[in-house]
Design a protein around this ligand. Structure first.
Ligand SMILES: Cc1ncc(C[n+]2csc(CCOP(=O)(O)OP(=O)(O)O)c2C)c(N)n1
Length: 554
Protein backbone atom coordinates (compact mmCIF):
# COMPACT_ATOMS: atom_id res chain seq x y z
CA UNK A 1 0.00 0.00 0.00
CA UNK A 2 1.25 3.53 -0.72
CA UNK A 3 2.02 5.74 2.27
CA UNK A 4 -0.81 8.18 1.50
CA UNK A 5 -3.41 5.41 1.34
CA UNK A 6 -2.01 3.74 4.42
CA UNK A 7 -2.32 7.03 6.30
CA UNK A 8 -6.04 7.30 5.58
CA UNK A 9 -6.43 3.63 6.35
CA UNK A 10 -4.91 4.22 9.78
CA UNK A 11 -7.08 7.28 10.39
CA UNK A 12 -10.23 5.35 9.49
CA UNK A 13 -9.17 2.62 11.94
CA UNK A 14 -8.53 5.29 14.57
CA UNK A 15 -12.17 6.37 14.13
CA UNK A 16 -11.42 9.76 12.59
CA UNK A 17 -14.66 11.11 11.10
CA UNK A 18 -13.54 14.49 9.89
CA UNK A 19 -10.41 16.40 8.88
CA UNK A 20 -10.15 20.15 8.46
CA UNK A 21 -7.51 21.43 6.11
CA UNK A 22 -6.12 22.92 2.98
CA UNK A 23 -4.27 21.21 0.11
CA UNK A 24 -0.96 21.80 -1.64
CA UNK A 25 1.53 19.93 -3.76
CA UNK A 26 3.23 17.95 -1.02
CA UNK A 27 0.02 16.42 0.36
CA UNK A 28 -1.81 15.79 -2.92
CA UNK A 29 -1.30 12.05 -2.65
CA UNK A 30 -3.43 12.07 0.50
CA UNK A 31 -6.12 14.20 -1.11
CA UNK A 32 -6.13 11.82 -4.06
CA UNK A 33 -7.17 8.99 -1.72
CA UNK A 34 -9.97 10.80 0.16
CA UNK A 35 -12.57 9.41 -2.25
CA UNK A 36 -11.86 5.88 -0.97
CA UNK A 37 -12.42 6.64 2.74
CA UNK A 38 -15.45 7.59 4.83
CA UNK A 39 -13.62 10.58 6.31
CA UNK A 40 -15.32 13.95 5.83
CA UNK A 41 -12.88 16.56 4.58
CA UNK A 42 -13.75 20.18 5.29
CA UNK A 43 -11.87 22.73 3.25
CA UNK A 44 -11.31 25.85 5.33
CA UNK A 45 -10.14 29.05 3.68
CA UNK A 46 -6.95 29.36 5.71
CA UNK A 47 -4.93 26.76 7.57
CA UNK A 48 -5.33 28.69 10.83
CA UNK A 49 -9.07 28.11 10.45
CA UNK A 50 -8.42 24.38 10.00
CA UNK A 51 -6.41 24.13 13.21
CA UNK A 52 -8.98 26.10 15.24
CA UNK A 53 -11.83 24.07 13.74
CA UNK A 54 -10.07 20.84 14.75
CA UNK A 55 -9.61 22.37 18.22
CA UNK A 56 -13.29 23.40 18.48
CA UNK A 57 -14.31 19.91 17.33
CA UNK A 58 -12.13 18.43 20.07
CA UNK A 59 -13.37 20.73 22.84
CA UNK A 60 -17.03 20.18 21.98
CA UNK A 61 -16.81 16.41 21.50
CA UNK A 62 -13.94 15.22 23.69
CA UNK A 63 -12.48 13.44 20.65
CA UNK A 64 -9.13 14.23 19.00
CA UNK A 65 -9.36 16.92 16.31
CA UNK A 66 -7.46 16.39 13.07
CA UNK A 67 -6.14 18.94 10.57
CA UNK A 68 -3.90 18.87 7.52
CA UNK A 69 -1.85 21.41 5.60
CA UNK A 70 0.76 21.46 2.90
CA UNK A 71 4.49 22.10 3.42
CA UNK A 72 6.02 25.53 4.01
CA UNK A 73 3.35 28.25 4.33
CA UNK A 74 0.62 25.66 4.92
CA UNK A 75 2.42 24.42 8.00
CA UNK A 76 3.38 27.85 9.26
CA UNK A 77 -0.26 28.96 8.90
CA UNK A 78 -1.23 26.16 11.29
CA UNK A 79 1.13 27.41 13.98
CA UNK A 80 -1.24 29.78 15.83
CA UNK A 81 -3.90 27.08 15.99
CA UNK A 82 -1.45 24.49 17.27
CA UNK A 83 -0.10 26.89 19.91
CA UNK A 84 -3.67 27.67 21.02
CA UNK A 85 -4.41 23.97 21.45
CA UNK A 86 -1.12 23.42 23.27
CA UNK A 87 -1.74 26.16 25.81
CA UNK A 88 -5.20 24.78 26.59
CA UNK A 89 -4.23 21.06 26.52
CA UNK A 90 -6.52 20.15 23.63
CA UNK A 91 -6.09 16.77 21.86
CA UNK A 92 -5.19 17.34 18.23
CA UNK A 93 -3.20 15.62 15.50
CA UNK A 94 -1.89 17.93 12.77
CA UNK A 95 -0.46 16.59 9.52
CA UNK A 96 1.84 18.67 7.36
CA UNK A 97 3.34 17.93 3.99
CA UNK A 98 7.10 18.19 3.59
CA UNK A 99 9.47 18.34 0.62
CA UNK A 100 10.93 14.95 -0.40
CA UNK A 101 13.49 13.60 2.08
CA UNK A 102 16.42 14.05 -0.32
CA UNK A 103 15.63 17.77 -0.57
CA UNK A 104 15.20 18.53 3.15
CA UNK A 105 17.72 21.17 4.16
CA UNK A 106 18.18 22.45 0.59
CA UNK A 107 15.89 25.48 0.96
CA UNK A 108 13.63 23.65 -1.45
CA UNK A 109 10.44 25.30 -2.71
CA UNK A 110 7.92 25.53 0.15
CA UNK A 111 10.30 23.98 2.65
CA UNK A 112 9.97 25.01 6.28
CA UNK A 113 11.35 23.15 9.27
CA UNK A 114 7.90 22.69 10.79
CA UNK A 115 9.16 20.11 13.29
CA UNK A 116 11.65 22.67 14.58
CA UNK A 117 9.10 25.47 14.51
CA UNK A 118 6.44 23.53 16.40
CA UNK A 119 8.70 21.74 18.90
CA UNK A 120 7.86 24.15 21.76
CA UNK A 121 4.12 24.20 20.96
CA UNK A 122 3.41 20.51 20.54
CA UNK A 123 3.25 17.72 23.06
CA UNK A 124 5.36 15.78 20.58
CA UNK A 125 6.16 15.92 16.87
CA UNK A 126 7.54 13.63 14.21
CA UNK A 127 9.27 13.84 10.85
CA UNK A 128 8.53 10.57 9.07
CA UNK A 129 11.53 9.43 7.05
CA UNK A 130 10.54 5.83 6.38
CA UNK A 131 7.09 4.75 5.22
CA UNK A 132 7.36 1.57 7.32
CA UNK A 133 7.30 3.76 10.45
CA UNK A 134 4.14 5.63 9.46
CA UNK A 135 1.53 3.35 11.15
CA UNK A 136 3.44 3.24 14.43
CA UNK A 137 3.88 7.00 14.41
CA UNK A 138 0.18 7.62 13.72
CA UNK A 139 -0.81 5.23 16.51
CA UNK A 140 1.57 6.95 18.92
CA UNK A 141 0.39 10.40 17.87
CA UNK A 142 -3.27 9.68 18.64
CA UNK A 143 -2.32 8.03 21.91
CA UNK A 144 -0.10 10.94 22.98
CA UNK A 145 -2.61 13.59 21.92
CA UNK A 146 -5.44 12.17 23.99
CA UNK A 147 -3.75 10.54 26.99
CA UNK A 148 -2.24 12.03 30.14
CA UNK A 149 -2.37 15.79 29.80
CA UNK A 150 -3.77 16.07 26.27
CA UNK A 151 -2.19 18.25 23.61
CA UNK A 152 -1.41 18.66 19.93
CA UNK A 153 0.94 16.30 18.08
CA UNK A 154 2.30 17.08 14.62
CA UNK A 155 3.36 14.60 11.95
CA UNK A 156 5.46 15.95 9.08
CA UNK A 157 5.16 13.89 5.89
CA UNK A 158 7.76 14.15 3.12
CA UNK A 159 6.21 13.63 -0.29
CA UNK A 160 8.36 10.60 -1.18
CA UNK A 161 7.24 8.87 2.04
CA UNK A 162 3.61 9.35 1.02
CA UNK A 163 4.37 7.84 -2.38
CA UNK A 164 6.47 4.92 -1.13
CA UNK A 165 5.01 1.40 -0.82
CA UNK A 166 4.86 -0.55 2.45
CA UNK A 167 3.45 -3.77 3.81
CA UNK A 168 3.06 -2.45 7.35
CA UNK A 169 -0.37 -2.32 8.99
CA UNK A 170 -1.89 -0.27 11.81
CA UNK A 171 -0.74 -1.55 15.21
CA UNK A 172 -3.33 -2.25 17.91
CA UNK A 173 -1.44 -0.46 20.66
CA UNK A 174 1.07 2.30 21.11
CA UNK A 175 4.01 1.55 23.31
CA UNK A 176 6.17 4.52 24.14
CA UNK A 177 8.96 3.71 26.56
CA UNK A 178 9.14 6.27 29.37
CA UNK A 179 5.67 7.68 28.72
CA UNK A 180 3.40 6.34 31.43
CA UNK A 181 0.91 8.92 32.66
CA UNK A 182 -0.21 8.21 36.20
CA UNK A 183 -4.00 7.94 36.24
CA UNK A 184 -4.67 6.51 39.69
CA UNK A 185 -3.94 8.93 42.52
CA UNK A 186 -1.85 7.70 45.43
CA UNK A 187 -4.27 6.52 48.16
CA UNK A 188 -2.14 8.13 50.87
CA UNK A 189 -2.32 11.52 49.18
CA UNK A 190 -6.07 11.19 48.66
CA UNK A 191 -6.45 10.35 52.35
CA UNK A 192 -4.38 13.41 53.28
CA UNK A 193 -6.64 15.52 51.08
CA UNK A 194 -9.77 14.13 52.72
CA UNK A 195 -8.32 14.94 56.14
CA UNK A 196 -7.43 18.47 55.05
CA UNK A 197 -10.98 19.00 53.82
CA UNK A 198 -12.45 17.80 57.10
CA UNK A 199 -10.16 20.09 59.09
CA UNK A 200 -10.62 23.19 56.95
CA UNK A 201 -12.91 26.03 58.00
CA UNK A 202 -12.76 27.97 54.75
CA UNK A 203 -12.18 25.52 51.89
CA UNK A 204 -12.71 26.35 48.22
CA UNK A 205 -12.66 24.21 45.09
CA UNK A 206 -10.78 25.98 42.31
CA UNK A 207 -11.55 24.06 39.13
CA UNK A 208 -10.01 24.24 35.68
CA UNK A 209 -10.24 22.78 32.20
CA UNK A 210 -8.42 19.61 33.25
CA UNK A 211 -11.58 18.52 35.04
CA UNK A 212 -13.55 18.79 31.82
CA UNK A 213 -10.80 16.97 29.89
CA UNK A 214 -10.92 14.06 32.34
CA UNK A 215 -14.71 13.80 32.27
CA UNK A 216 -14.73 14.62 35.96
CA UNK A 217 -17.72 17.00 36.14
CA UNK A 218 -20.08 14.48 37.74
CA UNK A 219 -17.59 13.51 40.47
CA UNK A 220 -16.88 17.18 41.13
CA UNK A 221 -20.58 17.88 41.58
CA UNK A 222 -20.80 14.93 43.93
CA UNK A 223 -17.86 16.23 45.98
CA UNK A 224 -19.37 19.70 46.28
CA UNK A 225 -22.76 18.32 47.28
CA UNK A 226 -21.19 16.04 49.88
CA UNK A 227 -18.98 18.65 51.50
CA UNK A 228 -20.88 21.88 50.68
CA UNK A 229 -17.59 23.43 49.59
CA UNK A 230 -17.98 26.45 47.30
CA UNK A 231 -16.76 26.08 43.71
CA UNK A 232 -15.06 28.63 41.53
CA UNK A 233 -13.82 27.91 38.01
CA UNK A 234 -11.26 29.27 35.62
CA UNK A 235 -12.24 30.48 32.16
CA UNK A 236 -11.54 27.02 30.76
CA UNK A 237 -13.43 25.38 33.60
CA UNK A 238 -16.70 27.16 32.85
CA UNK A 239 -19.59 24.72 32.62
CA UNK A 240 -17.96 22.02 34.74
CA UNK A 241 -20.13 23.12 37.68
CA UNK A 242 -23.58 24.64 37.18
CA UNK A 243 -23.39 28.37 37.74
CA UNK A 244 -26.99 28.41 38.95
CA UNK A 245 -26.04 26.15 41.88
CA UNK A 246 -25.91 28.09 45.18
CA UNK A 247 -22.38 26.70 45.75
CA UNK A 248 -21.10 28.25 42.53
CA UNK A 249 -18.98 31.38 42.77
CA UNK A 250 -18.62 31.69 39.00
CA UNK A 251 -15.26 32.52 37.50
CA UNK A 252 -12.32 33.85 39.50
CA UNK A 253 -9.29 35.90 38.50
CA UNK A 254 -8.68 39.07 36.52
CA UNK A 255 -12.32 39.45 35.44
CA UNK A 256 -13.81 37.01 37.90
CA UNK A 257 -16.56 37.75 40.37
CA UNK A 258 -15.75 39.83 43.43
CA UNK A 259 -17.02 37.03 45.67
CA UNK A 260 -14.88 34.32 44.03
CA UNK A 261 -11.79 36.47 44.44
CA UNK A 262 -12.64 37.41 48.03
CA UNK A 263 -13.28 33.76 48.82
CA UNK A 264 -10.01 32.46 47.39
CA UNK A 265 -8.02 35.20 49.11
CA UNK A 266 -9.65 34.47 52.46
CA UNK A 267 -9.70 30.68 52.20
CA UNK A 268 -7.71 28.34 54.41
CA UNK A 269 -7.71 25.46 51.92
CA UNK A 270 -7.59 25.74 48.13
CA UNK A 271 -8.26 22.51 46.30
CA UNK A 272 -7.04 23.05 42.76
CA UNK A 273 -8.65 20.53 40.45
CA UNK A 274 -7.21 20.28 36.93
CA UNK A 275 -6.15 23.94 37.04
CA UNK A 276 -2.69 25.47 36.85
CA UNK A 277 -2.56 28.73 38.84
CA UNK A 278 -2.22 30.89 35.74
CA UNK A 279 -1.19 34.52 36.35
CA UNK A 280 -4.66 35.71 35.29
CA UNK A 281 -5.93 33.77 38.33
CA UNK A 282 -3.36 34.48 41.00
CA UNK A 283 -2.51 38.13 40.33
CA UNK A 284 0.69 39.00 42.21
CA UNK A 285 1.80 35.57 43.26
CA UNK A 286 3.59 36.57 46.46
CA UNK A 287 0.33 38.00 47.84
CA UNK A 288 -1.96 35.22 46.63
CA UNK A 289 -4.15 33.50 49.23
CA UNK A 290 -1.75 34.09 52.15
CA UNK A 291 -3.60 31.92 54.70
CA UNK A 292 -4.38 28.95 52.51
CA UNK A 293 -3.03 25.45 52.46
CA UNK A 294 -2.94 24.29 48.83
CA UNK A 295 -3.99 20.89 47.54
CA UNK A 296 -3.51 20.26 43.85
CA UNK A 297 -4.95 17.43 41.77
CA UNK A 298 -3.47 17.18 38.29
CA UNK A 299 -2.44 14.51 35.80
CA UNK A 300 0.64 16.50 34.84
CA UNK A 301 3.24 16.34 37.62
CA UNK A 302 5.14 19.26 36.05
CA UNK A 303 2.09 21.43 36.70
CA UNK A 304 2.38 20.96 40.44
CA UNK A 305 4.44 23.56 42.32
CA UNK A 306 5.10 25.42 39.04
CA UNK A 307 3.56 28.69 40.22
CA UNK A 308 2.58 28.20 43.87
CA UNK A 309 3.76 25.98 46.68
CA UNK A 310 1.61 22.89 47.18
CA UNK A 311 0.98 21.21 50.53
CA UNK A 312 -1.03 18.21 49.31
CA UNK A 313 -0.10 17.18 45.77
CA UNK A 314 -2.16 14.44 44.12
CA UNK A 315 -0.92 13.29 40.73
CA UNK A 316 -3.61 11.50 38.76
CA UNK A 317 -6.60 11.70 36.52
CA UNK A 318 -9.04 14.17 38.06
CA UNK A 319 -12.10 11.98 37.57
CA UNK A 320 -10.46 8.94 39.12
CA UNK A 321 -8.98 10.90 42.02
CA UNK A 322 -12.30 12.59 42.81
CA UNK A 323 -14.04 9.23 42.62
CA UNK A 324 -11.73 7.82 45.27
CA UNK A 325 -11.93 11.01 47.34
CA UNK A 326 -15.72 10.90 47.28
CA UNK A 327 -15.63 7.45 48.87
CA UNK A 328 -13.88 8.70 52.00
CA UNK A 329 -14.39 12.44 52.30
CA UNK A 330 -16.39 13.91 55.17
CA UNK A 331 -17.60 17.49 55.39
CA UNK A 332 -15.84 19.92 57.69
CA UNK A 333 -17.49 22.51 59.90
CA UNK A 334 -17.92 25.30 57.40
CA UNK A 335 -21.28 26.86 58.29
CA UNK A 336 -19.86 30.34 59.05
CA UNK A 337 -17.81 30.21 55.80
CA UNK A 338 -20.91 29.45 53.74
CA UNK A 339 -22.74 32.32 55.44
CA UNK A 340 -19.83 34.66 54.72
CA UNK A 341 -19.85 33.67 51.06
CA UNK A 342 -23.60 34.20 50.82
CA UNK A 343 -23.05 37.66 52.27
CA UNK A 344 -20.36 38.48 49.70
CA UNK A 345 -22.58 37.24 46.89
CA UNK A 346 -25.35 39.53 48.07
CA UNK A 347 -23.06 42.49 48.63
CA UNK A 348 -21.13 42.28 45.34
CA UNK A 349 -23.44 40.82 42.68
CA UNK A 350 -22.50 40.69 39.02
CA UNK A 351 -24.48 43.56 37.59
CA UNK A 352 -24.32 45.96 34.68
CA UNK A 353 -26.10 49.13 33.70
CA UNK A 354 -29.25 47.64 32.23
CA UNK A 355 -30.77 50.83 30.80
CA UNK A 356 -32.13 51.71 27.37
CA UNK A 357 -28.76 51.44 25.65
CA UNK A 358 -27.76 48.29 23.79
CA UNK A 359 -25.43 46.72 26.34
CA UNK A 360 -23.27 43.68 25.46
CA UNK A 361 -24.12 41.93 28.72
CA UNK A 362 -27.82 42.18 27.84
CA UNK A 363 -27.18 40.61 24.43
CA UNK A 364 -25.40 37.68 26.07
CA UNK A 365 -28.18 37.15 28.60
CA UNK A 366 -30.72 37.10 25.77
CA UNK A 367 -28.66 34.56 23.78
CA UNK A 368 -28.91 32.34 26.84
CA UNK A 369 -32.65 32.89 27.15
CA UNK A 370 -33.57 32.23 23.52
CA UNK A 371 -31.41 29.09 23.38
CA UNK A 372 -32.64 27.84 26.76
CA UNK A 373 -29.00 27.71 27.87
CA UNK A 374 -28.52 24.74 25.55
CA UNK A 375 -26.14 26.38 23.09
CA UNK A 376 -22.44 25.81 22.64
CA UNK A 377 -20.72 29.17 22.92
CA UNK A 378 -17.37 29.86 21.30
CA UNK A 379 -15.83 33.26 21.83
CA UNK A 380 -13.17 35.39 20.32
CA UNK A 381 -10.76 37.24 22.61
CA UNK A 382 -11.19 40.48 24.48
CA UNK A 383 -14.21 42.03 26.14
CA UNK A 384 -16.57 39.77 24.17
CA UNK A 385 -14.87 36.75 25.76
CA UNK A 386 -15.03 38.10 29.30
CA UNK A 387 -18.65 39.28 29.08
CA UNK A 388 -19.61 35.84 27.73
CA UNK A 389 -17.79 34.19 30.63
CA UNK A 390 -19.47 36.51 33.13
CA UNK A 391 -23.05 36.71 31.90
CA UNK A 392 -24.01 33.53 30.04
CA UNK A 393 -24.18 31.31 33.14
CA UNK A 394 -22.77 28.00 31.94
CA UNK A 395 -24.15 24.79 33.36
CA UNK A 396 -22.67 21.97 31.27
CA UNK A 397 -19.09 21.02 30.39
CA UNK A 398 -17.94 21.40 26.79
CA UNK A 399 -20.34 24.24 26.09
CA UNK A 400 -17.83 27.10 26.42
CA UNK A 401 -14.96 27.16 23.93
CA UNK A 402 -12.39 29.88 24.28
CA UNK A 403 -8.68 30.42 23.70
CA UNK A 404 -7.72 30.84 27.34
CA UNK A 405 -3.98 30.30 27.49
CA UNK A 406 -2.85 31.89 24.23
CA UNK A 407 -5.70 34.41 23.98
CA UNK A 408 -6.02 34.03 20.23
CA UNK A 409 -8.20 36.56 18.43
CA UNK A 410 -9.74 34.77 15.44
CA UNK A 411 -10.19 31.51 17.35
CA UNK A 412 -13.92 31.63 17.98
CA UNK A 413 -15.49 31.45 14.54
CA UNK A 414 -13.51 28.50 13.14
CA UNK A 415 -13.76 26.78 16.54
CA UNK A 416 -17.54 27.22 16.38
CA UNK A 417 -17.49 25.61 12.93
CA UNK A 418 -15.59 22.65 14.35
CA UNK A 419 -18.01 22.39 17.29
CA UNK A 420 -21.01 22.48 14.97
CA UNK A 421 -19.51 19.64 12.90
CA UNK A 422 -19.04 17.64 16.10
CA UNK A 423 -22.52 18.46 17.39
CA UNK A 424 -24.81 18.96 14.39
CA UNK A 425 -27.95 19.02 16.54
CA UNK A 426 -26.79 21.79 18.89
CA UNK A 427 -27.09 25.54 18.42
CA UNK A 428 -23.57 26.95 18.17
CA UNK A 429 -22.73 30.61 18.62
CA UNK A 430 -19.53 32.56 18.16
CA UNK A 431 -19.68 35.61 20.41
CA UNK A 432 -17.22 37.96 18.75
CA UNK A 433 -15.66 41.39 18.79
CA UNK A 434 -15.60 43.42 15.59
CA UNK A 435 -11.81 43.21 15.62
CA UNK A 436 -11.46 39.46 16.22
CA UNK A 437 -14.07 38.38 13.71
CA UNK A 438 -12.09 40.03 10.95
CA UNK A 439 -9.15 37.73 11.59
CA UNK A 440 -10.98 34.70 10.22
CA UNK A 441 -14.25 35.94 8.72
CA UNK A 442 -13.19 34.25 5.49
CA UNK A 443 -14.42 31.02 7.08
CA UNK A 444 -17.95 32.20 6.28
CA UNK A 445 -17.39 30.46 2.96
CA UNK A 446 -16.55 27.25 4.82
CA UNK A 447 -19.72 27.56 6.88
CA UNK A 448 -21.96 28.35 3.90
CA UNK A 449 -20.60 25.74 1.49
CA UNK A 450 -20.61 22.98 4.11
CA UNK A 451 -24.03 23.96 5.51
CA UNK A 452 -22.67 24.63 8.98
CA UNK A 453 -25.27 26.95 10.53
CA UNK A 454 -23.11 28.76 13.10
CA UNK A 455 -24.57 32.00 14.48
CA UNK A 456 -22.10 34.84 14.93
CA UNK A 457 -22.98 37.61 17.38
CA UNK A 458 -20.58 40.49 16.87
CA UNK A 459 -20.53 42.83 19.87
CA UNK A 460 -19.52 45.74 17.70
CA UNK A 461 -17.99 48.67 19.57
CA UNK A 462 -15.81 49.81 16.65
CA UNK A 463 -12.82 49.45 18.93
CA UNK A 464 -10.32 46.78 19.86
CA UNK A 465 -12.34 47.04 23.03
CA UNK A 466 -10.25 45.24 25.61
CA UNK A 467 -7.08 47.02 24.58
CA UNK A 468 -8.97 50.33 24.54
CA UNK A 469 -10.11 49.58 28.09
CA UNK A 470 -6.47 49.18 29.17
CA UNK A 471 -5.60 52.43 27.39
CA UNK A 472 -8.48 54.15 29.20
CA UNK A 473 -7.32 52.85 32.55
CA UNK A 474 -3.54 52.86 32.26
CA UNK A 475 -2.57 55.05 29.27
CA UNK A 476 -4.63 58.22 29.85
CA UNK A 477 -7.15 57.36 27.12
CA UNK A 478 -4.56 57.41 24.38
CA UNK A 479 -6.49 55.21 21.96
CA UNK A 480 -3.54 54.58 19.67
CA UNK A 481 -4.18 51.76 17.22
CA UNK A 482 -7.47 50.64 18.74
CA UNK A 483 -10.10 52.66 16.86
CA UNK A 484 -11.71 50.49 14.19
CA UNK A 485 -13.36 53.19 12.13
CA UNK A 486 -12.76 51.33 8.89
CA UNK A 487 -14.92 48.31 9.70
CA UNK A 488 -16.77 46.70 6.82
CA UNK A 489 -20.56 46.64 6.66
CA UNK A 490 -20.95 43.26 8.37
CA UNK A 491 -24.45 42.70 6.95
CA UNK A 492 -23.21 43.14 3.41
CA UNK A 493 -20.15 41.06 4.21
CA UNK A 494 -22.35 38.17 5.37
CA UNK A 495 -24.53 38.51 2.29
CA UNK A 496 -21.48 38.56 0.00
CA UNK A 497 -20.60 35.13 1.38
CA UNK A 498 -24.17 33.86 0.95
CA UNK A 499 -24.97 34.00 4.68
CA UNK A 500 -27.67 36.02 6.45
CA UNK A 501 -26.67 39.36 7.95
CA UNK A 502 -28.68 41.27 10.56
CA UNK A 503 -27.86 44.63 12.13
CA UNK A 504 -29.25 45.37 15.59
CA UNK A 505 -29.06 48.88 16.97
CA UNK A 506 -31.76 48.92 19.62
CA UNK A 507 -32.32 46.88 22.72
CA UNK A 508 -35.88 46.00 21.70
CA UNK A 509 -34.60 44.39 18.49
CA UNK A 510 -32.22 41.95 20.19
CA UNK A 511 -34.65 39.10 20.89
CA UNK A 512 -36.48 39.26 17.52
CA UNK A 513 -33.12 39.23 15.73
CA UNK A 514 -31.89 36.23 17.72
CA UNK A 515 -35.13 34.36 17.01
CA UNK A 516 -34.82 35.14 13.30
CA UNK A 517 -31.23 33.90 13.32
CA UNK A 518 -32.21 30.66 15.05
CA UNK A 519 -34.98 30.03 12.54
CA UNK A 520 -32.66 30.50 9.59
CA UNK A 521 -31.11 27.16 8.59
CA UNK A 522 -27.70 28.57 7.59
CA UNK A 523 -24.97 30.73 9.10
CA UNK A 524 -25.98 34.16 10.34
CA UNK A 525 -23.79 37.14 11.17
CA UNK A 526 -25.41 39.54 13.65
CA UNK A 527 -23.93 43.01 14.02
CA UNK A 528 -24.93 44.26 17.49
CA UNK A 529 -24.04 47.95 17.73
CA UNK A 530 -23.31 48.02 21.44
CA UNK A 531 -22.55 50.94 23.77
CA UNK A 532 -19.06 51.78 22.55
CA UNK A 533 -17.05 52.43 25.68
CA UNK A 534 -18.49 49.75 27.91
CA UNK A 535 -15.85 48.17 30.15
CA UNK A 536 -15.44 44.73 31.67
CA UNK A 537 -15.86 44.81 35.45
CA UNK A 538 -14.67 43.80 37.96
CA UNK A 539 -10.99 43.89 37.07
CA UNK A 540 -7.74 43.01 38.79
CA UNK A 541 -5.06 45.06 37.02
CA UNK A 542 -2.23 42.93 35.67
CA UNK A 543 0.55 42.10 38.15
CA UNK A 544 -1.09 43.38 41.34
CA UNK A 545 -2.66 41.51 44.23
CA UNK A 546 -6.22 40.30 43.77
CA UNK A 547 -7.01 42.46 46.79
CA UNK A 548 -6.60 45.51 44.53
CA UNK A 549 -9.56 44.40 42.42
CA UNK A 550 -11.59 47.28 41.00
CA UNK A 551 -15.34 46.71 41.13
CA UNK A 552 -16.08 49.38 38.51
CA UNK A 553 -19.68 49.53 39.75
CA UNK A 554 -20.81 52.90 41.01
C1 LIG B 1 -4.03 37.49 17.46
C2 LIG B 1 -4.10 38.52 18.55
N1 LIG B 1 -3.59 39.76 18.34
C3 LIG B 1 -3.67 40.68 19.32
C4 LIG B 1 -4.22 40.39 20.53
C5 LIG B 1 -4.26 41.44 21.65
N2 LIG B 1 -5.69 41.75 21.97
C6 LIG B 1 -6.31 41.22 23.03
S1 LIG B 1 -7.89 41.69 23.13
C7 LIG B 1 -7.77 42.65 21.78
C8 LIG B 1 -8.93 43.45 21.29
C9 LIG B 1 -10.02 42.61 20.76
O1 LIG B 1 -10.91 43.44 20.09
P1 LIG B 1 -12.30 42.93 19.57
O2 LIG B 1 -12.15 41.65 18.84
O3 LIG B 1 -12.97 44.01 18.82
O4 LIG B 1 -13.06 42.57 20.90
P2 LIG B 1 -13.59 43.44 22.13
O5 LIG B 1 -12.50 43.48 23.13
O6 LIG B 1 -13.94 44.81 21.60
O7 LIG B 1 -14.78 42.68 22.60
C10 LIG B 1 -6.47 42.61 21.26
C11 LIG B 1 -5.99 43.38 20.09
C12 LIG B 1 -4.71 39.08 20.70
N3 LIG B 1 -5.25 38.68 21.85
N4 LIG B 1 -4.67 38.18 19.69
Amino acid sequence: MRGAKLLLDCLAKEGVEVMFGYPGGSVLDIFDEFKNYPIRFILTRHEQGAAHAADGYARASGKTGVCIATSGPGGTNLVTGIATAYMDSIPMVAFTGQVPTNMIGNDAFQEADIVGITRPITKHNYLVTDVDELPRIIKEAFFLASSGRPGPVLIDLPKDVLQAETKMTYPKKAEIPGYNPVYVGHPKQIKLLAQAIQKAHKPILYVGGGTIASGGAAELRKLAAKTMMPVTTTLLGLGVFPEDDPLSLGMLGMHGTMYANYAIMDSDLIIAVGARFDDRITGKISEFAPHAKVAHIDIDPTSLKKNVRVDVPVVGDVRLVLKELNKIVKPGKIGPWIRQIKKWKKEYPMVYKNDEELRPQYVIEQIRKVTGGEAIIATEVGQNQMWSAQFYSFTEPRTFLSAGGLGTMGYGFPAAIGAQVACPDRVVFDIAGDGSIQMNNKELTTAVTNKIPVKIAILNNSYLGMVRQWQEMFYKKNYAGTILDGNPDFVKLAEAYGAMGIRIEKKKDVVPALKKALKYPGPVMMDFRISREENVWPMVPSGVSIKQMISGMT
